[in-house]
Design a protein around this ligand. Structure first.
Ligand SMILES: *[C@@H]1O[C@H](CO)[C@@H](O)[C@H](O)[C@H]1NC(C)=O
Ligand SMILES: *[C@@H]1O[C@H](CO)[C@@H](O)[C@H](O)[C@H]1NC(C)=O
Ligand SMILES: *[C@@H]1O[C@H](CO)[C@@H](O)[C@H](O)[C@H]1NC(C)=O
Ligand SMILES: *[C@@H]1O[C@H](CO)[C@@H](O)[C@H](O)[C@H]1NC(C)=O
Ligand SMILES: *[C@@H]1O[C@H](CO)[C@@H](O)[C@H](O)[C@H]1NC(C)=O
Length: 240
């Protein structure tokens, strides 16, 4: 059973394969997932043939599961109810991942003569970006309109992009507050704040109305709303 999210995780693993083939295999594989999805951590190598003992670590010193000749022993961690090991492939299934599961996971296997082999995988779990609204402050001084638009959310791991009528903001303006000065001759503009992380994205838009106001809906939306209000009343008018 594959959910979209699971497939998405697998897709990222697949995307990484060419990198591994291209010889960057020394850098650990990275898996990026949205919280709530199921993830499989697995080795990309046929390294397990002669190995009889294996351990998955959450951090370098916290063991999740250990196994000898097919018998897994799950340690008492926050993962206990959410992980399942496939002893044949050493693949570790983690169900319902949380943001705090983000870590560098380590798989250590050893053979009969005690030779060890380590492999690490970076797991990054992101919460979906929440809905938000742009907060606005405006001030008019001698016909010039000064506006502060802010869309800050508590999450540190997001990127902010402002879109105006002239396109997306340049990289150095990727921050949560946009300060705008509009000279009197300018007509109208829309300002969209887009907040994204690697797994999701949300946006909100405000519209400039002269001389110095901001509105959630554009003039066009106002007209559409008016029509929606009027249409049901038309048959009533015809009947009377
Ligand atoms: C994760 O796996 C469990 C058990 O197989 C399944 O019930 C659940 O729907 C899966 N969740 C997602 C988001 O794929
Ligand atoms: C264990 O692995 C080492 C290194 O790969 C190898 O030299 C050794 O022969 C292996 N021992 C067994 C019993 O497979
Ligand atoms: C916008 O923010 C700046 C810096 O915090 C402040 O000096 C300015 O008065 C603000 N402008 C408006 C229109 O509120
Ligand atoms: C004012 O209008 C001009 C032309 O329409 C536009 O290029 C410019 O970005 C606007 N200035 C602001 C601050 O919106
Ligand atoms: C804003 O979000 C809507 C739907 O949520 C999407 O259709 C639109 O493309 C987004 N706009 C930008 C600029 O990201």
């Amino acid at each position: 059973m594959c959910s979209r999210r699971w497939e998405w995780c697998s897709a990222v693993e697949l995307l990484l394969l060419p990198l591994l083939v291209a010889g960057i295999s020394d850098s650990p594989e990275k898996i990026t997932c949205i919280s709530g999805s199921n993830v499989t951590l697995k080795t990309s190598k046929k390294m397990l043939d002669n190995y009889i003992h294996g351990t998955w670590f959450y951090t370098t010193n916290q063991k999740i599961v250990e196994w000898d000749s097919n018998k897994p022993n799950y340690f008492n961690t926050k993962f206990k109810q959410r992980v399942e090991l496939d002893p044949q492939s050493a693949a570790l299934h983690i169900y319902n991942v949380e943001k705090s599961d983000s870590s560098t996971y380590l798989l250590r296997v050893s053979n009969e003569s005690g030779s060890e082999y380590d492999m690490s995988i970076i797991l990054e779990v992101f919460d979906p970006v929440p809905n938000f609204v742009i907060k606005t402050e405006t001030k008019e001084v001698s016909g010039v309109c000064y506006m502060n638009l802010s869309c800050e959310i508590p999450d540190q791991s997001v990127d902010y992009i402002w879109h105006t009528d002239s396109g997306p903001s340049p990289k150095e303006l990727h921050r949560s507050v946009l300060q705008v000065t509009i000279p009197p001759q300018n007509k109208s503009n829309s300002y969209t704040c887009q907040i994204s992380n690697p797994v999701s994205s949300q946006n909100d838009t405000v519209y400039f109305l002269p001389p110095c106001n901001l509105d959630r809906s554009s003039g066009v939306t106002h007209i559409v709303n008016l029509l929606v209000l009027l249409i049901p009343t038309i048959p009533v008018l015809l009947l009377t």
